[in-house]
Design a protein. Structure first.
Length: 508
C-alpha cells in the first residue's frame, strides 16, 4: 500500500491523488441524482409499490447518513487510504447488485449496501485531502476543486441518468459506477500515500454506533408505516416511541463514555446546532421535491428521462449561482444569519409556487421560475452554512463536526422522502375516494393524474412550512458575526471566545 510519508512532508504525487479522490466523489454525488431519474422505470420493471418506491432513495440515504460518523472514525482508526479503497470496492459491488436486481428486496438491499460503503468512502476521501494538503493555499485550491465536483456532480447525474435510462435501460444507472470505482481504486493504490502519525487510535464507541443507527432507522420507518397503517396505528406509534428512546439513550451514552462517537460539545454550541438543525430541515423539503417533480414530469407530463434530466438544470444552475456569486461574495461582509435566513425564505417562495401545480401546468410559466428561486435560495444559504459547521471547534473534533453536516443532510433527506411521500400518498388516496364515482376510461386516467398532483401539492405545502421553520432557526439561533470581525463585535453577544471565527469546511 506504499510507505507512509513523514507527517510534515508534502507528497509529490498529491495532485494526482486529488484526481482519483475527486473521481470517487463524483461517483457518489452522481449516484445520488442518477437514481431519481431511473426510479420510475425501475419501479415499473421490479413491481415496487408507490408506498415503497421512496425506500429506493431512503435506504441509501439512511444507511449513508446513519453511518457517516462511524465511517469517519473507522478512517481515523484503520487508515484513510485503506478505508477509501475498501469503500470504493464495496460501492462498486453494491452497484453491480443493484443493476442486476430482480425484485424489490434485492434492489433495496443493494441501495442500503451502497449507503454503507458510501459512509466509509466519503469521510475517508475528505480526510485524505486534509492530511495530504497541508499548505494553506494548496489546501484551499484542493478543497475548492473537490467542492466544485460536489456541486456539478448532481447536474451530471440528472443528465447521464436520463440518457442511460432512455437509450440503454435503468440498470445502467447502477452499472456505470463500476468503471468509475475501478479507475479510482487503481489510482488510489498507485499514487496515494497517507502521511504517518495522522491516525486517531481511540477505541470505537460501539454502543453509540448501534444506538444512533437503530434510532434513526426506527424514526424513518415510523414515517413510512404511517402511510399504510395510519399515524395513530400501534405499530407506527411504537416505532416513534422506540426512536425517541434509542436516540435519548444515544445522547446519554455519549455524555458518559470516554471516547464518544459524537462528542456532545460539537452540537451543543449555539451556532453549530443552529446550522445542523436548519440545514437538516431544509433538506427534508428538497429531497421530497426531487422525487415528486421526477414523477410529475415523467408520469403526468410524459417527459422522457433525458428531457426530465435537462428540466432539473435550472435548479442546479440556481444553486451554483447562489453559492458562488451570492453566498461566497457576501460571506465576508454580512453575518451568516443574514444569508441563511433570507436564503431559506427565497427557497420557501420557490417551493410555494409549486403548490399551484396542475395536470396542465406550464413548465416555463411555473416550474422553471420555481426551480430558479429554490436553487438560488438554497445555494445562498448552503455556502455560509458549510463554513459555519465547524465554528470554534477543537482540532480533535473537526472531523466529526464536518461529518455532522453531512449526517444532518442525509438523515434530513431520508426523513423528508419518507414523510412527504407518506403525506402525498395519503392525499392521493383521499382524492380518489372522493372523486372516483362515475369515472371511466379516459376520465379515470385523468382522475388518476389529478389525484397524483393533488397529493404532490399537499406534500409541497408541508415543505414550504418546513423551509419557513429553517429560516426562523437561522435568524434566531445563529448569532455569530461577520467572519474576521469577531463574534462579540459583530453581533453584540459575548457567549464565548470559541464563537469568534468560523473555520471553513467543505462538506460532501
Amino acid at each position: 500500500m506504499g510507505t507512509p510519508l513523514p507527517v510534515t512532508a508534502l507528497d509529490p504525487r498529491r495532485w494526482k491523488a486529488l484526481a482519483f479522490i475527486a473521481l470517487a466523489q463524483l461517483m457518489v454525488v452522481l449516484d445520488a441524482t442518477i437514481v431519481n431519474i431511473a426510479l420510475p422505470s425501475a419501479q415499473a420493471d421490479l413491481g415496487i409499490s408507490d408506498g415503497n418506491r421512496q425506500w429506493v432513495i431512503t435506504a441509501y440515504a439512511l444507511a449513508f447518513g446513519g453511518l457517516l460518523l462511524f465511517g469517519g472514525r473507522i478512517a481515523d482508526l484503520w487508515g484513510r487510504k485503506n478505508t477509501f479503497v475498501t469503500g470504493l470496492i464495496g460501492f462498486a459491488l453494491a452497484s453491480a447488485l443493484g443493476g442486476a436486481a430482480q425484485n424489490e428486496a434485492m434492489m433495496l438491499g443493494a441501495r442500503a449496501l451502497q449507503g454503507l460503503f458510501g459512509a466509509l468512502l466519503a469521510p475517508a476521501a475528505l480526510s485524505l485531502l486534509a492530511v495530504m494538503f497541508t499548505d494553506a493555499k494548496e489546501r484551499a485550491k484542493a478543497f475548492g476543486i473537490y467542492g466544485a465536483i460536489a456541486g456539478g456532480g448532481g447536474a451530471v447525474g440528472l443528465i447521464l441518468g436520463g440518457f442511460l435510462t432512455e437509450y440503454l435501460n435503468w440498470r445502467w444507472t447502477f452499472f456505470v459506477n463500476i468503471p468509475f470505482a475501478a479507475v479510482a481504486v487503481l489510482g488510489a493504490v498507485s499514487v496515494i500515500r497517507e502521511p504517518a502519525g495522522t491516525r486517531n487510535r481511540s477505541p470505537l464507541d460501539i454502543p453509540g454506533v448501534v444506538l444512533s443507527t437503530l434510532g434513526l432507522v426506527s424514526l424513518v420507518y415510523g414515517f413510512t408505516r404511517a402511510e399504510s397503517n395510519g399515524w395513530t396505528d400501534a405499530s407506527t406509534l411504537g416505532l416513534f416511541i422506540a426512536a425517541v428512546v434509542l436516540l435519548a439513550a444515544f445522547v446519554f451514552t455519549e455524555s458518559k463514555v470516554k471516547h464518544p462517537l459524537l462528542p456532545l460539545r460539537v452540537v451543543a454550541n449555539r451556532n453549530r446546532g443552529g446550522v445542523y438543525a436548519s440545514l437538516g430541515l431544509a433538506v427534508i423539503g428538497m429531497f421530497g421535491l426531487f422525487l415528486f417533480l421526477t414523477y410529475y414530469l415523467q408520469v403526468v407530463k410524459g417527459f422522457s428521462p433525458v428531457k426530465t434530466g435537462f428540466a432539473f438544470l435550472p435548479m442546479i444552475a440556481g444553486m451554483i449561482t447562489g453559492s458562488t456569486q451570492i453566498g461566497a461574495r457576501l460571506m465576508t461582509r454580512v453575518p451568516p444569519r443574514l444569508l441563511m435566513g433570507p436564503g431559506f425564505v427565497v427557497a420557501a417562495l420557490g417551493m410555494g409556487l409549486l403548490t399551484q401545480l396542475q395536470v396542465d401546468s406550464s413548465y416555463a410559466g411555473l416550474i422553471l421560475p420555481a426551480q430558479l428561486l429554490l436553487g438560488l435560495g438554497m445555494g445562498t444559504a448552503f455556502m455560509p452554512a458549510m463554513s459555519l459547521a465547524t465554528i470554534g471547534v477543537e482540532a480533535r473534533d473537526a472531523g466529526v463536526a464536518s461529518a455532522m453536516i453531512n449526517t444532518s443532510q442525509q438523515v434530513g433527506g431520508a426523513i423528508g422522502t419518507a414523510l412527504l411521500n407518506t403525506i402525498a400518498a395519503s392525499a392521493t388516496a383521499t382524492y380518489l375516494a372522493d372523486h372516483a364515482a362515475g369515472a371511466r376510461g379516459a376520465g379515470a386516467q385523468l382522475l388518476q393524474a389529478q389525484a397524483m398532483v393533488d397529493g404532490y401539492t399537499h406534500a409541497i405545502w408541508w415543505a414550504v412550512g418546513i423551509l419557513a421553520v429553517s429560516a426562523t432557526i437561522a435568524f434566531t439561533l445563529i448569532n455569530t458575526g461577520v467572519p474576521g470581525l469577531g463574534h462579540a463585535q459583530a453581533s453584540g453577544d459575548t457567549e464565548g471566545a470559541e464563537d469568534e471565527l468560523p473555520v471553513p469546511v467543505v462538506a460532501h
